[in-house]
Design a protein around this ligand. Structure first.
Ligand code: ADP
Length: 355
């Protein structure tokens, strides 16, 4: 491996906030250290924090892992280049709450495990709240599988970066009356993001705190599935007011929901849970909207909510159109079908609790 070859690999790492130029062109490759069994690349960032720093580090790691021969290790380090002022701490760590100070309610949408429809519920709830007249934003914090760009038909858009008081911020994408932000906007198509724990946490915080949200009634945060350090860090680093937990009705889901509930009740987190959303509560065929088939059993959601001492905030049926709408980028909550109205009811229930 030569330095030239590594530079070629890094040509693929592009900065979407700066005209999609590569980190090589932007002069951000500070040093390259090639050893027999591995390569270490150091990226340089200016003191002024770069909202995409975590994304670029992740992309550089991914590019190296992809291109290096098997058995070669790779690491990406960072250094902060001083312009003139004395050295300051890491450029992503000094995010403050300035950009979220005009948001009335910051609510986490969580689930004990993946695949229960958390993102579907979050996106539709955001659209439904907007239909009810609220000012709404949604931050997609599901760094491992960001689905908001696809579900809202905004995947070909990239948020603009703007500078305020010498700091760089992102403008959210506006569509369907909602302000959207997702790490997915910065990923190249088909490229998986590789994160280490602390990196994922920083990227998440940037997607929430380094965004010009303006005045909002609700900011929903589509949290990563499951419960772990990343969640605890997210809840403590962002002024989240409380949470909504999404589940499916099967009895086997109870243990996962319990984990989610316990996380928010953990004394170090200690946030209220506004309720449980029972997704896929029953199946309704598109052509027979009055028919309900309880394929996962009836009453699972209410039983879980009772056992855990939380409210059942709403029930959403399984309807083919909910999935189709998610895939086509036009959320079901925009329509007037029974499933659309179920999301409106859910949004009303949340708003009534908080307003
Ligand atoms: P999660 O965020 O929990 O991983 P998603 O929201 O991505 O789950 O949903 C997983 C899949 O299930 C998606 O294809 C989505 O369209 C589909 N889905 C979710 N909820 C419903 C529903 N109520 N009816 C039909 N399909 C649904």
């Amino acid at each position: 491996m030569t330095e030239q070859q590594i530079l070629e690999i890094l040509q693929d790492v592009r900065h979407p906030g700066r005209g999609d130029k590569s980190v090589v062109e932007l002069g951000m490759v500070h040093s390259i250290d090639i050893k027999e069994d591995g390569v270490s690349v150091t990226l340089a960032f200016s003191k002024r924090r770069d909202p995409l720093s975590e994304y670029l580090i992740g992309s550089a790691r991914a590019a190296l892992v992809r291109a290096l021969p098997e058995g070669m290790k790779s690491e990406v380090l960072t250094t902060v280049i001083e312009e003139s002022a004395p050295k300051k701490k890491n450029n992503t760590m000094d995010l403050d709450f300035e950009q979220v100070k005009d948001i009335k309610h910051i609510i986490g949408i969580a689930s004990g495990k993946g695949g229960v429809g958390k993102s579907t519920v979050a996106v539709n709830m955001a659209v439904a709240l907007a239909r009810l007249g609220y000012k709404v934003g949604l931050a997609d914090a599901d760094v491992y599988g960001p689905s908001v760009p696809l579900m809202t038909g905004t995947e070909d858009t990239a948020p603009n970066a703007v500078e305020e008081d010498g700091k760089e911020y992102f403008l959210p994408i506006e569509k369907y009356g909602v302000k959207w932000m997702s790490i997915g906007y910065f990923a190249q198509k088909g490229q998986a993001l590789i994160w280490r724990g602390p990196m994922a946490c920083n990227a998440l915080k940037q997607m929430i705190l380094q965004v010009i949200w303006g005045e909002l009634d609700f900011l929903l945060i589509d949290m990563p599935p499951g419960t772990g350090d990343i969640h605890i860090s997210l809840v403590s680093d962002v002024p989240m007011e409380g949470a909504v937990i999404v589940t499916t009705p099967q009895a086997v889901a109870l243990a996962d929901v319990e984990k989610g509930v316990n996380m928010f009740r953990n004394p170090s987190v200690n946030k209220p849970i506004y309720g449980l959303v029972e997704n896929m509560a029953w199946f309704t065929p598109e052509e027979l909207p009055e028919n309900k088939y309880y394929i996962f059993g009836k009453g699972g959601g209410i039983a879980m909510a009772d056992t855990l001492g939380i409210d059942l905030l709403g029930q959403i049926p399984i309807v083919q159109s909910i999935r189709e709408c998610g895939d086509s980028g036009e959320p079901a909550a925009l329509g007037s079908r029974p499933d659309s109205l179920a999301f409106i009811e859910l949004a009303k229930a949340l708003a009534d609790k908080l307003d």
